[in-house]
Structures are given as structure tokens and as C-alpha cells.
Ligand binder design. Structure first.
Ligand code: PAF
Length: 292
């Protein structure tokens, strides 16, 4: 495994692969790798001949007062995981290289980037898209894989790839869960034992919603689960609703088709998000009575 600590070093290693016919699959990360990332790397290995990972805690996607400073950065452990998972190339760029002094240009995520996570974290998706576009230019992969756990991020990235005619296939890797249902996240380390228990309300609400066949029923059962923790002083629900899978616009009660149930809450000091894809089939047409 080769590790490039700068974009310049990475570019030299990447150039060696030009013209070799290798299929490059890329997993961008902010490090603090867990089993969820390992499953994305395993997916990448199954799809390509060279796996590239980047580790970069992107300051541009954190708002003032968010957890940029305390975001976990266990680089040596991360590199060990990459070695064990058979990653070929690791890019660990510096902030100064990705954000040169005097920088002016950023990517604007558009209306979808202002909804839900974008409303709670103004500028977040602009920061994500800006760094992802830069990293895609540097890595030049054939396929890039992002976790479905960050469903709105994935949808924004897919929109950017379409809108900016980027020559890359973007895929989503399934969310991995702890045995208690909590979606794996680098931020789970911030949760106390009691907060961990409260946090399971998010995945339980999704599991309940998934058993329903109509939008109002899914909303109602999810809400009933979340009501169980609503009075907990350490719990503050931000949203729990059903949205269209590509636009993230909230769907109406009579909606039929594919949707995503998205939920976000603050548990203690930690903001958690989770989601589950759902399908609400159109009702079967009522059969005309056959004359006898
Ligand atoms: O999902 C993440 O880890 C980050 O948002 C990403 C895509 C690596 C961009 O910084």
C-alpha cells in the first residue's frame, strides 16, 4: 500500500496507472474508519482492480461551533485498517493544499442542499461538494463510492455529477448497523452509554416505518417510536419525514413510489442522522364488477 501525504505525491503515483487499463475505485472518507467504511472498501475491491481511499477532515463542511476540532483523527489506526483491507493507494492531503490562500471558488449545492441537513448545517453541502469535486479531479477514479447513511449527501453528489457532466460513476454502499440497530458512524464514539440507548430510537423509528404501506402510516408509527424519547432532556429531534429519493423534497400523504425516510436528532452533544429507503406501491385498480 502506498500513502501520499500530498496531492503532488499522489498525482505522481496516479500517473503511473494511466494507460494501464486498471479500473480505479475510490472511497473518499474523513478517517476514523469503522466497519461501515470497511464494507465500502470491500465493495470497491469487488468492483475494480485498484482501490484508492482518501482521508481528509474537510473544514469547509463544518459550520462554526460544530465538531471540526474534536472530530476523531486516528491516522495510524486508519492506515492499518487500509492495509488490512488491501487498499492500494491512500491520499492524505493537507488543508493548505486543498484550500490555497486566497481561495474564492466553491460549489453551490442548489436548493436540495438547503433542505434538512442543509437547513440545520448552513453551507454544509457546499463544503462537501467543493471537496468532493476537488478530490475527484485529483484521484480521477472510474467509480466513487459513498455511504448510503449520508443519503442526502449521496443525492447531492449524484446531482453534481449529472449537472457538471463529471466522468465518474457514483455508487452508494449500504449502511452497516451495530447489534442494537444504531447506524455506524465515526461520531458514535461521542455517545455515552445512556445516550447510546436513547439513540437507538432513530433506527427503531425507521424499522417501524418500513413495515407500513402508506406514507401517513409510516409517519405515524415512526413518530410514535420517537415520542418515547421526546421528553428525554438529552434528545432533540430535528426532523423525521419521508422524502423523494433524488430531490429530497418531502412527499405528500398520497405519494406512491420510492421514498427515503430520513431522521435527524441531537443526542447529548452529538448530531445523528439515519435513513431507510422505502417503497409505497400504487393501490391496485379496483376491478370492474363482471356482469352475470
Ligand atoms: O462522508 C464523508 O465522510 C465526507 O462528507 C466526504 C464525502 C468524505 C467529504 O468530505
Amino acid at each position: 500500500m502506498k500513502v501520499a501525504n500530498s496531492v503532488t505525491d499522489f498525482a505522481a503515483l496516479r500517473a503511473e496507472l494511466d494507460g494501464t487499463g486498471e479500473r480505479i475505485v475510490y472511497v473518499p472518507t474523513m478517517g476514523a474508519l469503522h466497519a461501515g467504511h470497511r464494507s465500502l472498501i470491500a465493495l470497491a475491491k469487488s468492483l475494480g482492480s485498484r482501490v484508492v481511499i482518501s482521508i481528509f477532515v474537510n473544514p469547509l463542511q463544518f459550520g462554526p461551533g460544530e465538531d471540526y476540532a474534536r472530530y476523531p483523527r486516528p491516522l495510524e489506526e486508519d492506515l492499518e485498517i487500509c492495509r488490512l483491507e488491501g487498499v492500494d493507494l491512500v491520499l492524505v492531503p493537507t488543508v493548505a493544499e486543498l484550500y490555497p490562500a486566497g481561495r474564492q471558488v466553491t460549489v453551490h449545492a442548489g436548493p436540495m442542499g438547503q433542505l434538512w441537513e442543509g437547513r440545520a448545517r448552513p453551507g454544509h453541502f457546499d463544503g462537501v461538494l467543493t471537496v468532493v469535486l476537488k478530490l475527484l479531479h485529483v484521484v480521477r477514479p472510474h467509480i466513487a463510492i459513498f455511504g448510503q447513511k449520508d443519503a442526502q449527501q449521496l443525492a447531492c453528489i449524484q446531482r453534481m455529477v449529472l449537472d457538471l457532466n463529471l466522468d465518474v460513476t457514483v455508487l452508494g454502499g449500504s449502511t452497516l448497523r451495530e447489534p442494537d440497530g444504531l447506524a455506524m458512524s465515526s461520531r458514535n464514539v461521542f455517545l455515552s452509554a445512556a445516550e447510546r440507548v436513547t439513540a437507538t430510537a432513530l433506527s427503531r423509528s425507521l424499522a417501524q416505518a418500513a413495515t407500513q404501506t402508506s406514507v401517513p402510516a409510516a409517519r405515524a408509527v415512526a413518530s410514535a417510536v420517537l415520542d418515547q424519547v421526546r421528553d428525554d432532556p438529552g434528545f432533540e429531534l430535528d426532523y423525521a419525514t419521508l422524502v423523494h429519493p433524488t430531490t429530497f423534497v418531502e412527499v405528500s400523504d398520497d405519494y406512491h413510489g420510492d421514498a427515503v425516510f430520513i431522521v435527524a436528532a441531537r443526542v447529548g452533544m452529538t448530531r445523528l442522522i439515519d435513513n431507510a429507503p422505502m417503497t409505497f406501491p400504487a393501490p391496485l385498480p379496483v376491478a370492474e364488477p363482471v356482469p352475470v
